[in-house]
Design a binder for this molecule. Structure first.
Ligand code: 5GP
Ligand code: ZN
Length: 114
């Protein structure tokens, strides 16, 4: 598997995925275990594990990824709104250590009780 990383392997086409968007810096795919009626993942093509591994160059990349999510939202069925989530590290429950942004919607989103 490319880089021994599920998302690098998906990006390389080694693992199949439902791909909704692609450009030179990112892909948007459907999450395999949806936690909302609509659940996508925006994944940068460049592999970095955690937010705290971001470099100066990644700052621009991430800004453009957010802008692309907003531009694609309507086409993804998210015209009514959506929630973006980044799980950073163990306490947040991060399971795939290739930075990604969860895009959740298609329903009214609640915050879980603590
Ligand atoms: P994390 O918990 O690291 O923030 O999120 C990882 C997400 O990746 C989970 O929501 C999980 O369902 C999703 N995921 C893990 N493996 C695959 C896969 O092979 N394909 C797709 N489409 N999603 C995956
Ligand atoms: Zn990776």
């Amino acid at each position: 598997m490319k880089n021994n990383c599920v998302f690098c392997a998906i990006e390389a086409g080694e693992i199949p995925s439902e791909r909704y968007y692609e450009d030179e810096r990112m892909i948007i795919i459907k999450d395999i275990e949806p936690k909302a009626k609509l659940h996508y993942l925006a994944i940068p093509k460049r592999h970095y594990k955690l937010l705290d591994e971001m470099t100066e160059a990644d700052r621009e990349d991430l800004g453009k990824i957010l802008q692309t999510i907003a531009a694609e939202a309507e086409k993804l069925g998210l015209g009514g709104g959506y929630r973006l989530v980044i799980n950073q590290g163990d306490d947040a429950g991060q399971t795939v250590f290739h930075l990604h942004i969860h895009i959740l919607g298609g329903q009214k989103m609640e915050f879980e009780q603590l």
